[in-house]
Design a protein around this ligand. Structure first.
Ligand code: KG4
Ligand code: ZN
Length: 364
């Protein structure tokens, strides 16, 4: 079996495919013969239909993704039945594409891993029923995946990170700080008491009508804020970080959204423009809100690091902080986190932006 596996791995991908066909013609199941088991990961928890094939050594064989961002930008937010319909329309094509870029056939798969929670029930249902039909057809195991655990563990595809480490997950639907003690052993240290930072940034971007801005029209709210903030002065508006006195590691973003909303309304009056038009001070507002978001996230994370070190939950030196989720692809927020990790002798690790946002690789 080992010889077979080595021979196949040494061959270029098309030959591996031919070898699989050859094995199949003798009644062997290549998926079961190769030591490097191939897992198909499927993600449909929110607004991305994604699939990827990864083997147990962490090698990515291929992936495909269909983002619904543009559609949801037009409707001003995710409408669950619309997201469900788009997942239905795309899932088969995306899975096919992930398999064909991997140059493998479904019968070579060892298992299918699919996000089962948390997420939008209607969206999750599409990936789940598609996967259950496929595992039944292929007679292979099904691996249910927790979306946030997948975000937290993605870094281990790229870096050799030992347990325990601290993880900060900041996305459109989630905001949490946790100590990762093992593959499915998480100690929750803090969470958002209201909305997630990505949700807040999306709402601010909508309120600023950034979809009408020529440079940002196809970007997610958070990305549009990051882009525009580069042209603005973060000190032009003074927005205070929330929960300055709270002695815990929780977060809050609703207050920030309301304060920003009030600034926008005030500026609209001053500039004599209607809601829906772009303010001349939009870039300053984007810079200020991004800065305050970064300060808040960094301060709460600092508390979590100190808490873990005090209680020997993390090593005193070279402890690792992993930041992931869509909002962690923001370079200004990463810089703020880097200040915290430098001051506490920790190492900050972030997956590249395309692995921070939802994808099939992290699920596989
Ligand atoms: O992890 P993700 O793809 O999906 C969820 O699980 O939510 O995160 C999407 C969120 C959106 O709210 C989006 O606005 C935000 O991540 N986001 C960003 C950036 N890119 C995406 N936020 C700040 N800066 C970015 N560059
Ligand atoms: Zn996510």
């Amino acid at each position: 079996m080992l010889t077979l596996h080595k021979a196949a791995a040494a061959l270029p991908k098309p030959s591996r495919s031919r070898m699989c066909e050859f094995l199949r013609s003798f009644g062997f199941d290549p998926g079961k013969l190769f030591l490097h088991k191939l897992i198909l990961g499927i993600e449909t928890s929110c607004d991305d239909t994604a699939a990827a094939v990864v083997d147990e050594s962490g090698k990515v064989w291929g992936e495909a993704i269909h983002s619904q961002t543009e559609v949801h930008l037009k409707t001003g937010g995710i409408v669950p039945p619309v997201a469900q319909q788009l997942h239905r329309e795309n899932i088969q094509r995306i899975v096919k594409e992930a398999l064909s870029t991997s140059k493998i056939s479904p019968s070579e798969l060892s298992a299918i891993a699919t996000t089962v929670k948390p997420g939008l029930a209607l969206s999750l249902g599409v990936g789940l029923s598609f996967s259950l039909r496929l595992v039944d057809q292929l007679k292979i195991p099904f691996i249910p995946i927790h979306h946030m655990e997948a975000h937290a563990l993605t870094i281990r595809l790229l870096n050799k990170v030992e347990f325990p480490f601290l993880v900060l997950l900041i996305s459109g639907g989630h905001c949490l700080l946790a100590l990762v003690r093992g593959v499915s052993d998480f100690l929750l240290l803090g969470k958002s008491l209201d909305i997630a930072p990505g949700d807040m940034l999306d709402k601010v971007a909508r309120r600023l009508s950034l979809i009408k801005h020529p440079e940002c029209s196809t970007m997610s709210g958070g990305k549009a804020i990051e882009h525009l903030a580069k042209q603005g002065n973060k000190l032009h508006f003074d927005i205070k970080p929330p929960m300055q006195r709270a002695k815990n590691c929780d977060f809050s973003f609703t207050g920030l959204q309301h304060v920003t909303d009030r600034i926008i309304t005030q500026k609209e009056k001053e500039e004599g423009i209607q809601k829906g038009q772009i303010l001349s001070s939009a870039a300053h507002i984007a810079a200020a809100v991004q800065h305050t978001t970064a300060c808040h996230i960094a301060k709460r994370t600092h508390r979590a690091i100190l808490y873990c070190k005090q209680r020997d939950l993390l090593p005193q030196s070279n402890a690792v902080l992993v930041a992931s989720g869509g909002v962690a692809s923001n370079f200004y927020i990463r810089k703020a986190l880097e200040i915290v990790t430098n001051a506490t002798q920790c190492t900050l690790l972030c997956p590249p932006p395309r692995l921070c946002t939802d994808n099939g690789i992290m699920i596989a």
